[in-house]
Design a protein around this ligand. Structure first.
Ligand SMILES: Cc1cc2nc3c(=O)[nH]c(=O)nc-3n(C[C@H](O)[C@H](O)[C@H](O)COP(=O)(O)OP(=O)(O)OC[C@H]3O[C@@H](n4cnc5c(N)ncnc54)[C@H](O)[C@@H]3O)c2cc1C
Length: 391
């Protein structure tokens, strides 16, 4: 098999990249270990920054998003006895949209089907070769046939946090930074109308809680738990009663309405950044190069921003034989990656309890500051609603 760009991974980064490349007349093949049904039903992110929406709009990918997503002007920040609304539109003139990653993945997949995109699903043994030459290739196994070879001009690793692409960059040039947090999230999806119009981020002595949503009838809620938490220790009743306590059920007449839980998972919290995001003819985008804890709602948006920089860089390299943007890709992408890594760490450490009373006082002071000073609130709003792609 031969193509111009071999894309490893059919998550949001890989699908969006294949779309943007095709708009520049560049052919690609997308390789994926999972089945399409699995990829499209994987429950993950749900908040789109304004710059993500703008990019999808500019490339004709946002029709259903505009019809079915919900615009949020801001978020609520709360701690026992207090709830404050931060209005991003008033603060920085931008909003966010609630739209499940599952829906975005389906939209991207349909757009690629309509354009005749070539996908190879359910592969294994993916390996990347000869990236320091201008004839790189990928090998994989499919239907029991090993060593199938896809030759390309460029290989892009969009294969997420457990992918193999980044290990193809030689250790002598690879640098990584990592932080594992001493807490995790227990996330649930519930068939019940959200009890709030916008997300509630709650600091509580028992631990952080977040009330998010996917649609007018589906709520997404999270509880801070210990990293080793066994999901079986958390009955539905225990989850709802912890959520009620931490989210302030009864506070100023606000009520949390429980409902049937349809999905439960424990999500570890980790920050990870690798550089460079390009070596030779291999480029990385999205979770393949960086992971953020979900508190700042940045993971999916960062994947989109990487692709927003990478697509024109590859068009320059492959169509105009101009390597300027391709050579600058890693530095340009990492500037935004580190901004989002810092913001995600900052939100995480402000809201998650550690058991240390000194930390708790600092957190309360910071929450009070962010909720009462427009200068501080603007910083949160600017980062949450999203800096421009290319920042
Ligand atoms: C459980 C979970 C919950 C999350 N919740 C949130 C959230 O609430 N908010 C938020 O902003 N972000 C969240 N994220 C992060 C967000 O979902 C990711 O940042 C986003 O999916 C990144 O997109 P991506 O395309 O880079 O990677 P992915 O979506 O991970 O896609 C990578 C694709 O590559 C495939 N792949 C992997 N290895 C190979 C291989 N060797 N060969 C071929 N294909 C391969 C995978 O199957 C996958 O389909 C969550 C992530 C996880 C794991």
């Amino acid at each position: 098999m031969r193509t111009e760009v071999a894309i490893i991974g059919a998550g949001p980064a890989g699908l969006l990249l294949s779309h943007l490349l095709a708009q520049d007349g560049i052919e690609s093949v997308v390789l994926e270990t999972r089945s399409r049904a699995y990829v499209e039903s994987r429950i993950r992110a749900g908040i789109l920054e304004s710059s993500t929406v703008d990019l999808l709009d500019a490339h004709g990918l946002a029709e259903r998003l505009h019809a079915e997503s919900h615009e949020h002007r801001g978020i609520y920040l709360q701690w026992p006895g207090e709830r404050h609304h931060l209005d991003f539109v008033d603060l920085v003139g931008r909003s966010v949209r609630v739209y499940g990653q599952t829906e975005l993945t389906k939209d991207l997949g349909r757009a690629r089907d309509a354009a005749g995109q070539q996908f190879v699903y359910e592969i294994s043994d993916t390996a990347v070769h000869d990236i320091e030459t201008d004839r790189p290739y990928v090998t994989f196994t499919r239907d029991g046939e090993a060593g199938i070879r896809l030759d390309a001009d460029v290989v892009v690793g969009c294969d997420g946090s457990f992918g193999v692409s980044r290990t193809a960059i030689p250790e002598r040039v690879r640098q990584t930074w990592e932080r594992t947090y001493p807490y995790a999230w227990l996330g649930v999806l519930a068939d019940v109308a959200p009890s709030t119009d916008e997300l509630i981020y709650a600091w509580h002595p028992d631990g952080f809680a977040l009330h998010s949503m996917r649609s007018p009838t589906v709520s997404r809620l999270y509880l801070q738990v210990d990293p080793g938490t066994a999901i079986d220790d958390w009955s539905d009743d225990r989850i709802w009663s912890a959520l009620a306590a931490r989210l302030g059920h009864g506070q100023d007449g606000w009520e949390l309405t429980p409902g049937p839980i349809t999905d439960k998972s424990v999500l570890p919290m980790r920050s990870f950044v690798m550089q460079p995001m390009r070596h030779g003819r291999l480029f990385l985008a999205g979770d393949a190069a960086h992971i953020v804890p979900p508190t700042g709602a940045k993971g999916l948006n960062l994947a989109v921003a990487d692709v927003g920089l990478l697509a024109p860089a590859l068009a320059g390299l492959l169509r105009k034989r101009d390597a300027t943007l391709a050579d600058a890709y890693s530095d340009n992408a990492l500037r935004r990656v580190w901004r989002c890594t810092h913001f995600s760490w900052w939100m995480t450490t402000m809201l998650h309890t550690t058991g240390d009373p000194f930390d708790a006082q600092l957190q309360r002071s910071q929450l009070t500051w962010v909720s009462s000073s427009s200068a501080a609130a603007q910083g949160l709003a600017e980062n949450y609603a999203g800096l421009p792609i290319g920042f």
